[in-house]
Write a new protein. Structure first.
Length: 266
């Protein structure tokens, strides 16, 4: 813990002091390269928490992409953000969190209030604008985090909303790409079922409890696997394509949890 505290004080904090004002200017003025400094924050966050990130496959970069993924812990965001340039879709509560909400906003996070059905339309429109601009947007499609042993049913509402709105916003050649997050090893050993509960942020825990568990735990290996992208056009059935992505994310998660290999593009 002493080494970790020194790393935070001597490296993470100085980086934030430098990066936050610069990122604020970049996001407010629309300058290019808005993703560079956040990638550094995520990378440092992974080092601070003892996360070793492995990437399988690659995120779609040549076309606007809507990525859909399972969700296990808040540390998913650090792991994913350290290896991919994208915009996160997060629940609106996070925007009110001290420090974290401010940093998330500086990364152009899109917030959604899942308690208000009408808010899905606004969120979908914002997602579509990002896609129309050629960016990548990540949606945790289960709607909540889970323990990491299985994948909850994906919600197709936001996918469908973004699908409709992206046409209106002028987005073309958009793809939807399944992505899987899997915590595979703890202190060099395969993660057991009990240990997964010490990583996942589930409803029975407060964020404070989960942070303590993460900080007190050992080094963790997390794999980010990108599946093959699928075309997402105006005519595609949102439920069918969401289901296809859910099946692919589940297939990759099961294989990774079992220590197996998954055939995906290089």
């Amino acid at each position: 813990m002493i080494g970790r505290s020194l790393f935070f004080v001597l490296i993470v904090l100085p980086y934030l002091v430098m990066a936050v004002p610069v990122q604020f200017v970049i996001t407010r003025t629309g300058l290019p390269g808005w993703n560079v400094l956040p990638r550094g924050v995520h990378w440092l966050g992974c080092r601070f928490l003892g996360l070793k990130v492995t990437v399988l496959g690659r995120p779609e970069q040549n076309r606007p992409a809507l990525l859909v993924s399972n969700h296990i812990s808040w540390t998913d965001i650090l792991a994913i953000g350290s290896v991919a340039n994208l915009t996160f879709v997060a629940k609106s509560d996070i925007s009110k969190w001290p420090v974290v909400g401010f940093l998330a906003s500086l990364q152009k996070t899109i917030y959604v209030d899942r308690t208000r059905r009408a808010d899905a339309k606004r969120t979908s429109a914002e997602m579509a604008r990002r896609l129309a601009g050629g960016g990548a947007v990540l949606l945790f499609a289960e709607g909540q985090s889970d323990i990491g042993t299985h994948v909850l049913p994906f919600r197709s509402a936001l996918v469908g909303g973004a699908q409709k709105a992206m046409i209106e916003a002028g987005a073309r050649n958009v793809v939807i790409q399944p992505m899987t997050v899997a915590y595979t090893r703890l202190q060099g050993m395969p993660v057991s079922g009990n240990e997964r509960s010490l990583i996942a942020w589930i409803k029975s825990k407060t964020i404070g409890e989960n942070i303590v568990e993460i900080l007190s735990g050992g080094a963790k290996e997390v794999t980010i696997a990108f599946g093959d992208p699928l075309s997402l056009s105006e005519s595609d059935d949102r439920k069918q394509i969401t289901r296809r992505c859910e099946i692919e994310v589940r297939r990759m998660l099961v294989a990774l949890n079992r220590g197996g290999k998954i055939p995906i593009r290089a």
